[in-house]
Design a protein around this ligand. Structure first.
Ligand SMILES: NC(=O)C1=CN([C@@H]2O[C@H](COP(=O)(O)OP(=O)(O)OC[C@H]3O[C@@H](n4cnc5c(N)ncnc54)[C@H](OP(=O)(O)O)[C@@H]3O)[C@@H](O)[C@H]2O)C=CC1
Ligand SMILES: C[C@H]1O[C@H](OP(=O)(O)OP(=O)(O)OC[C@H]2O[C@@H](n3cnc4c(=O)[nH]c(N)nc43)[C@H](O)[C@@H]2O)[C@@H](O)[C@@H](O)C1=O
Length: 323
């Protein structure tokens, strides 16, 4: 490679964080708070992103220089499995409306967020970016994965055909403040925090884990993700949808034990094998991101401690999402 490294200067830019009330969107907003940028936001109450005309009008009126697309229909394994229509249709609509309108209204820069479930169910571990579309997807979330693949492909297509500076990032499983704690709709980590906390406060000893407990997952604190996204916005331009992760994973049973320890719950685990395990392992290869100069900083245990404190504060305020 020759020439100067790519740099997008954020100074003075108007950046629309779509989905700013979600876990990721609010972390991006917090992180952008320390940059010299103007942050634009619109909640679902004023702008439903499934409405193509409304999205065009909003972008046309607000004229963002850059968009972080962190709005999506999101949920854990059971929600994905039970609502295939909404996970496919809403995500296709949200992302096409935003990306198409960004192109037609001449928005310079866009960052699309996918997920590592885009990779084949039995991908090599750790999963490199180039294993995309090399094998069948995990059936519990193939609907969501197909929408996310379409989103990253749309960014690639606008880049290839029209030279648009649109990029995509594929984060691993996330956790942190503002997560969704809905018992059936959440991801595993918030589910464990809520369940272990309930066990501790009620004195219950048996805590149920869905599936076999043997699948392995990687967990990235959302503040690390937000830092990585700002880094990418500033310093990455390319077709490849980049993995964002920590490069280390843990079994679901061990995660349950670790959460129990952090929460201070003395429990025995039971396994509900009628619930799906999903992908056996999902560890991302972060070689490309590391080579660009970014690395996660928050170790899992510290991130869990912080997240449990956030959960307790939200409980006190009666503001736990999904409860
Ligand atoms: N959580 C995770 O483990 C992972 C997340 N990601 C990706 O990160 C992104 C953000 O996820 P996360 O923050 O966890 O999800 P959240 O559910 O916390 O946030 C999603 C946000 O999108 C908004 N939204 C959804 N539908 C619409 C709509 N029709 N119109 C307007 N706003 C809408 C929600 O608004 P409202 O608050 O009104 O519902 C919410 O603010 C997604 O693209 C997801 O795929 C990727 C990998 C892992
Ligand atoms: C981020 C990612 O999130 C989803 O994929 P997933 O990684 O399978 O997500 P999950 O966090 O819901 O589960 C992880 C593992 O944990 C086990 N598990 C145990 N007990 C509970 C439990 O109580 N709740 C949940 N949710 N899972 C549990 C569960 O059986 C599974 O083995 C995608 O649909 C997809 O949308 C996506 O991109």
């Amino acid at each position: 490679m020759t020439g100067d490294p790519y740099r997008y200067d954020l100074a003075g830019k108007r950046i629309w964080v779509a989905g700013h009330r979600g876990m990721v969107g609010s972390a991006i907003t917090r992180r952008l708070g320390s940059e010299d940028v103007e942050i634009l936001t619109a909640g679902r109450d004023v702008l439903d992103l499934r409405d193509q005309g409304a999205v065009r009008d909003w972008i046309g009126d607000m004229k963002p220089d850059a968009i972080c697309l962190a709005a999506a229909k999101v949920g854990g394994i059971l929600a994905n499995d039970r609502q295939p229509a909404e996970f496919l249709s809403e995500n296709l609509a949200i992302q096409s409306n935003v990306i198409d309108a960004a192109h037609s209204l001449d928005v310079q820069r866009l960052l699309f967020l996918g997920s590592t479930c885009i990779y084949p169910r039995l991908a090599p571990q750790p999963m490199p970016e180039d294993c995309l579309l090399t094998g069948p997807l995990e059936p519990t979330n193939e609907w969501y994965a197909i929408a996310k693949i379409a989103g990253l492909k749309l960014c690639q297509a606008y880049r290839r055909q029209y030279g648009r500076d649109y990029i995509s990032a594929m984060p691993t499983n996330l956790y942190g403040p503002g997560d969704n704690y809905s018992p059936n709709g959440s991801h595993v980590l918030p589910a464990f925090i809520a369940r272990m906390h309930a066990a501790r406060t009620s004195g219950t000893r048996e805590v149920e884990i869905w599936g076999s407990g043997t699948p392995r997952r990687e967990f990235l604190h959302v503040d690390d993700l937000a830092d990585a996204l700002v880094f990418l916005l500033r310093s990455y331009s390319g077709e490849v949808a980049l993995n964002v992760g920590v490069g280390d994973d843990i079994s679901i049973a061990d995660l349950a034990r670790l959460v129990a320890e952090v929460v201070g719950a003395e429990v025995e685990l039971t396994f509900d094998r009628s619930k799906p395990d999903g992908t056996p392992r999902k560890l991302v290869d972060v070689t490309r991101l590391t080579a660009l100069g970014w690395q996660a900083r928050i170790p899992l245990r510290e991130g869990l401690e912080r997240t449990y404190r956030d959960y307790l504060a939200a409980l006190d305020a009666g503001a736990v999402r999904g409860h």
